[in-house]
Design a protein around this ligand. Structure first.
Ligand code: PLP
Length: 393
């Protein structure tokens, strides 16, 4: 097959193109307004003001105080700061060393939990998920112990798109007096981020998932929640995250989040219609395929499937030749041949989990893009199944 010259990008859960309006807002802070926000002369103060404004913008969207917004270098760092920062601080206060999480977290959370367990003696409890990937708040309630110092549950799953009952879990956590963190990296720009309505104490975001630049994130940390810095140095971010602020990227993050939340309803409606057309089309035109994640309570842009008798990797290569960018499992684990831990936690057998495909829509996608996938994918699946020793029709 000849590689198609056109590209249809259907991997918006992996990353998004930076919105030109965001680039425009960022540019002055590379040059001429390149000052260090810690400097007292005018150039530095211009940078400090730009950061202040960005912090207010983010705080407005989260419904929190600007001082509760910490800028970081990415979603991964935000997750690390929440887990390690609160874990270490509360343990030092003699509150215990037990953390509750789910088996469908992004590696930024799950590997951090495993690291805290292996190298720092923390205990981790994984509450189960059902076949759609939903956490039951009652299971969280039952898992809480006297020595539980933190609960961390993902807001919306990056592989299968299931949206968790965060406000209910947060209510349980609050009743029991345990700080609650949510990894909202996939929810940013798509779902409500109101931290009071969500009953969360800590929330992670990453700009490159909502048409902002890669390499900048946010950790919201509710006032009063103890947090030790994981990176020490200067007094930046009120002593919670040392390092000269990345002014253009912070401005880019705030601009991107503002635009995404202004356009949220119209965007979600349009994208969910395309998603439903894609899901219905795949399920109608291909046999032995299953939608993964919750049938309705899912991110508006996520269409994820498992196809029996084929490997996700082979599908991706063939789709790439056809000009379609997609992913199998999460972008981070797609280089490994291990089945996705998320799909296994949903109860799928290994061999089925290997045939996963995630198509995630975004701003620039059209009905024609969806129709092109629906014309192309059945032939690819059939070709790969015809080559599979496991498949007989
Ligand atoms: N959490 C979730 C749910 C994600 O999807 C990702 C990125 O894919 C991350 C955390 C990590 O964010 P970053 O790429 O900014 O480190």
């Amino acid at each position: 097959m000849q590689k198609q010259s056109k590209t249809i990008y259907l991997d918006h859960a992996a990353t998004t193109a930076v919105d030109p309006r965001v680039v425009e807002a960022m540019l002055p802070y590379f040059n001429p307004q390149y000052g260090n926000a810690s400097s007292i002369y005018g150039l530095g103060q211009e940078a400090a003001e730009a950061i202040d404004e960005a912090r207010r913008t983010v705080a407005d969207i989260l419904g929190c105080q600007p001082r509760e917004v910490i800028f970081t270098s990415c979603g991964t760092e935000s997750d690390n700061l929440a887990l390690r920062g609160v874990g270490w601080a509360r343990r030092n206060l003699g509150k215990g060393n037990h953390i509750i999480t789910s088996p469908i977290e992004h590696h930024a959370v799950s590997h951090t939990c495993e690291h805290l367990k292996k190298h720092f003696g923390f205990e981790i409890t994984y509450v189960p998920v059902d076949k759609h990937g939903l956490v039951d708040p009652d299971d969280v309630s039952r898992a809480i112990r006297d020595d539980t110092i933190l609960i961390s549950i993902i807001y919306a799953n990056n592989e299968v798109g299931t949206i968790e009952p965060i406000a209910e879990i947060g209510k349980v956590a609050r009743q029991m007096g345990v700080p609650f963190h949510t990894d909202a990296v996939q929810a940013g720009g798509v779902l409500s981020l109101d931290v009071d309505q969500l009953n969360v104490d800590l929330l992670s975001l990453s700009a490159h998932k909502f048409y902002g630049p890669k390499g900048v994130g946010v950790l919201y940390a509710r006032k009063g929640v103890p947090l030790l810095p994981t990176q020490t140095g200067g007094a930046h971010e009120r002593n919670r995250r040392a390092g000269t602020e990345n002014v253009p990227y912070i401005v880019g993050l705030a601009t991107a989040l503002k635009i995404a939340h202004e356009e949220l309803e119209a965007h979600n409606q349009r994208i969910a219609t395309l998603r439903d057309r894609l899901i219905a089309g795949v399920l109608e035109s291909i046999v032995e395929v299953e939608l993964t994640g919750h049938p309705t309570n899912r991110l508006p842009n996520n269409a994820s499937f498992v196809f029996k008798y084929i490997e996700g990797e082979a599908m991706l290569l063939n789709l790439d030749l056809a000009g379609i960018c997609a992913s199998s499992g999460s972008a981070c684990s797609s280089a490994s041949l291990e089945a996705s831990h998320v799909l296994l936690a949903l109860g799928l057998p290994h061999e089925v989990a290997h045939g996963s495909l995630r198509l995630t829509l975004g701003r620039e996608n059209t009905e024609e893009d969806v129709d092109y996938v629906l014309e192309t994918l059945p032939g690819i699946v059939q070709k790969l199944r015809d080559m599979s020793p496991l498949y007989s029709n």
